[in-house]
Design a protein around this ligand. Structure first.
Ligand SMILES: [Zn+2]
Length: 262
């Protein structure tokens, strides 16, 4: 422990409960947005017995442990994904505050990462990326670049344009060459948003990580017969993973890659 708590230390500590609360809200988004339900009404309720969840049973992570992972009324198991999303969001928030400090850029990145978490789990469940999540992210990312110059506005606009074009070209190519749908309009918006927030260089790193990890995991799952060749594997979670990798270690990856040609 440090001798005295610095502003950075306090903000890092506070980022964890903030991430847990946001993660709890993202669970609501992940369930309701693809079902076209309102985010505000009705209040939280058990999907099994429809019983309302009281505020003291709705404290992120804590309530899950307190209730031993079951609904208070009907005793149905609460899916482990609820605490997972909360913990994941809190972890990402902590990493961001530790890595980027208490800055305007950090505020934009926390928003960016929250949207990525929601998109990941919606795409896993429904094989769609709702426009309501990915499209507003593009102008918000560009506004962030105007305010912070990190990335520069020119890099952000270039990233948003190339990101959209790249997925679009790969999707058209896959359809012509393999007669199969690999990526959709949601992925176009998603990589465009990643380009707007991270700039074109880190957008390319995100895309590279997504393609490699996606291909690797797909082949592994098909080889182990968990999935068949015909199963459609959503690409959004891999793009989100790529963006997180690019955000935290992307510059090192670029240095390493350019070093190969020196
Ligand atoms: Zn219940």
């Amino acid at each position: 422990m440090p001798d005295k708590l610095s502003l950075e230390g306090v903000s890092a500590i506070l980022s964890v409960p903030l991430g847990l609360v946001v993660g709890s809200f993202l669970n609501v988004c992940i369930w309701r947005i693809p079902r076209d339900e309102s985010l505000a009404f009705p209040g939280s309720h058990c999907p099994q017995c429809n019983g309302p969840i009281r505020w003291y049973d709705n404290i992120p992570l804590v309530s899950f442990v307190w209730l031993a992972g079951r609904c208070r009324q009907c005793k149905t198991r609460i899916h482990w994904r609820y605490p997972l999303v909360e913990g994941l969001t809190a972890g990402l928030y902590l990493m961001t505050v530790l890595h980027f400090g208490l800055t305007i850029r950090t505020a934009f990145l926390l928003l960016f990462l929250s949207v990525l978490v929601a998109i990941t789990f919606i795409d896993l469940d429904h094989k769609i990326i709702p426009h309501v999540l990915s499209l507003p992210g593009i102008p918000i990312g560009l506004v962030g670049s105007l305010l912070t110059y990190d990335p520069s506005p020119r890099d952000a606009v270039t990233g948003a344009l190339i990101g959209a074009g790249l997925v679009y070209l790969v999707a058209v190519y896959a359809e012509v060459a393999f007669q199969r749908e690999s990526m959709g309009g949601g992925d176009v918006n998603l990589l465009s948003m990643i380009g707007a927030f991270l700039g074109w260089r880190l957008m390319l790193v995100s895309f590279g990580v997504a393609v490699f990890s996606g291909a690797f995991l797909s082949l592994a799952l098909i080889a182990s017969r968990v999935l068949s060749r015909k199963d459609q594997i959503p690409f959004g979670p891999f793009l989100a993973l790529g963006a997180v990798v690019a955000l935290f270690v992307g510059d090192d990856v670029i240095d390493w890659y350019l070093g190969l040609f020196r």
